[in-house]
Every structure is written in C-alpha cells, then in structure tokens.
Design a protein around this ligand. Structure first.
Ligand SMILES: [Mg+2]
Length: 169
C-alpha cells in the first residue's frame, strides 16, 4: 500500500469544532486539571479522537502539518501548544489566503511532491483548490476521527496506484 510522505490537517471544524477567530475568545489558558479555557472561562474542546490520531500517525513515522486560513494566528498556535499537539507537527502554515499558497510553501519547505501529500479539510472550496495541485484531499464532515484518517490513507493509496497504472500505459 502506497503511503503519503506528508499528512496535512486544517484546524477549524477539522481538528476542533469551532472557528478560532469567532466562536471562542482568546487568549486561552490551561487549568491544573488540564482543561483549556478561553478568556470568558468557556471550555474549549477539540474533536475527541484527534490526540489518538496524531499520536498514532506520528508513531508510524508520518510527517504531519497544519494548514489553516484563519486570521487568528496567535490563538490557533496557542491552542496547538496547550493541547500538546505542537510536538506532532513538523510544519505549520497558519495565515489567511488561498490554500494553494499554503501548499506551495509547504512543498518548498518540505521538498515533498504534491502527489505525495494527503490533506484533510472540512471546506469544499479548499478541497477543490488544493486538489488542482495533485494533493489527495479528503472532505471531513464531522471532525477528524480514526476512521476518517484510515479511509484517507486508503484513498491516497488508490490514487497512487491509478497514477502508476496510467504512467505505465
Ligand atoms: Mg476548516
């Protein structure tokens, strides 16, 4: 089974169920119990399976990246740090703009070809834009789970095989 060299995740509605620039109120802090709260004291939760998913992918040796268009760059980075996810992500591209730009930078920083990348995002326009580069893009509907990622890896492998079949014709 062909494996991607880089796996990238969107943030809002992909790793956590909110828009970090509108639905929550940074700065964030962590309580001694380990809860992450925003400025108003509201608990800020990620999708439940995300830590397990990141841990698993990183222990299998995959390079991981965050790719987000949010304007709330500080808040997003702070959440990644407070959730303890910073150690999983080799690359972080967090700033507004079209996502093809984020991937162009990711490509030049990592040296990984687009067709060796797998990307998860909840917005169809991003899926459409980034697909044009040759990245395998997976539309995420209810947040990232183990099964979403497993299916994504299968989809990547299928794409890689069909590309190989086309080349050898
Ligand atoms: Mg999103």
């Amino acid at each position: 089974m062909a494996k991607p060299k880089l796996i990238a995740f969107d943030l809002d509605y992909t790793l956590w169920p909110f828009w970090v620039d509108t639905h929550v109120d940074p700065p964030f802090r962590k309580t001694p119990r380990g809860d992450v709260l925003d400025q108003r004291g509201t608990k800020v939760k990620h999708y439940p399976e995300v830590p397990k998913v990141l841990q698993k992918l990183s222990s299998k040796g995959y390079d991981l990246a965050v790719v987000s268009r949010t304007g709330e760059v500080r808040g997003a980075n702070q959440l990644l740090q407070l959730y303890g996810w910073d150690r999983f992500f080799k690359f972080k591209e967090i700033y507004p703009g079209q996502k093809t730009k984020h991937f162009e930078r990711l490509h030049s920083k990592s040296g990984v070809d687009y067709n060796q990348m797998l990307f998860f995002d909840d917005e169809m326009r991003n899926i459409r834009d980034v697909s044009t580069l040759g990245v395998t893009c997976i539309f995420v509907q209810d947040g990232t789970t183990e099964s979403v990622v497993e299916n994504g890896l299968k989809e990547f492998s299928k794409n890689a095989e069909s590309a190989e079949a086309t080349e050898s014709k």
